[in-house]
Design a protein around this ligand. Structure first.
Ligand code: ADP
Ligand code: MG
Length: 231
């Protein structure tokens, strides 16, 4: 895959191990993993133009090799509803980041489509020293953090493997729809797991991948944040 190779090689050349969100999401797109629409702005004016093209509401995020957990430093602002929100949000993000690290290397501010809230799913991968590339799935929030309700499987995955990883989650009934929670599109999640499996098998230099969160809709799913770490 052309773009994926290019991005990974460039990071290597620059001695970077963590890919930027823009890079991780470009790779996801190349592997047919659905992501929120995005465009990297370098100025407030550019941000406003991109926001107009993508459509409101908008999310702004810092893109910097020095910042891995963006929201921890005030580097994510959601639900911006118009051009003046975007202008002030842009300034605020830069200000927050500078406060955190005065000399942070800033690639720009990512303007992206705001994904409507839904059941949050996490898909990841780790390169196990013994088993190699291993894919993970779980539900977001307390399910992963508190209940450790996640399933792992060694890649490559077949569609059946991926489906089992999902149906064997303790929280699976929630994905099927429960009370106020509408059912999630299981096939869309299976497809994402299979794509992640292909991606990490094709690129053995990927040490960790983290799609967190993915919004799981009754029809389709959308990756809101993507992180890729190289060896
Ligand atoms: P980080 O994990 O680096 O702090 P995220 O990109 O995950 O940053 O953003 C933090 C949170 O903001 C996400 O978990 C999600 O709840 C929300 N968020 C981020 N981007 C979007 C988006 N495009 N649409 C909707 N919500 C978003
Ligand atoms: Mg995140």
């Amino acid at each position: 895959m052309k773009q994926t190779n290019k991005i990974i090689n460039q990071a290597k050349e620059e001695g970077r191990k963590t890919l930027l969100e823009t890079e991780a999401k470009t790779i996801c797109k190349e592997y047919d993993i659905p992501v929120t629409r995005f465009n990297l702005s370098k100025t407030e004016k550019e941000a406003a133009t991109y926001a107009e093209q993508i459509g409101y509401p908008i999310v702004l995020k810092i893109v910097s090799q020095d910042i891995i957990h963006k929201s921890d430093v005030g580097g994510v602002i959601v639900n911006l509803k118009n051009a003046s929100d975007v202008a002030s949000g842009y300034k605020k993000i830069i200000e927050n980041v500078k406060k955190y690290k005065a000399d942070a290397k800033i690639a720009g501010v990512l303007v992206q489509e705001m994904a409507p809230q839904a059941t949050e799913v996490i898909v990841g991968s780790i390169k196990d020293p013994q088993f190699g590339q291993t894919v993970m799935v779980g539900l977001g929030g307390i399910f992963v953090e508190l209940l450790k309700d996640v399933n792992f499987r060694v890649a490559p995955l077949t569609a059946e493997d991926a489906k089992e990883m999902i149906t064997e989650l303790k929280a699976y009934p929630l994905l099927k729809g429960y009370r106020n929670t509408p059912p999630a599109d299981i096939d869309a999640l299976v497809a994402i797991l299979c794509s992640v499996s292909r991606l990490v098998m094709d690129n053995p230099e990927i040490k960790e991948l983290d799609l967190n969160p993915i919004m799981a809709y009754p029809k389709g799913a959308k990756t809101v944040d993507a992180r890729i770490i190289l060896e």
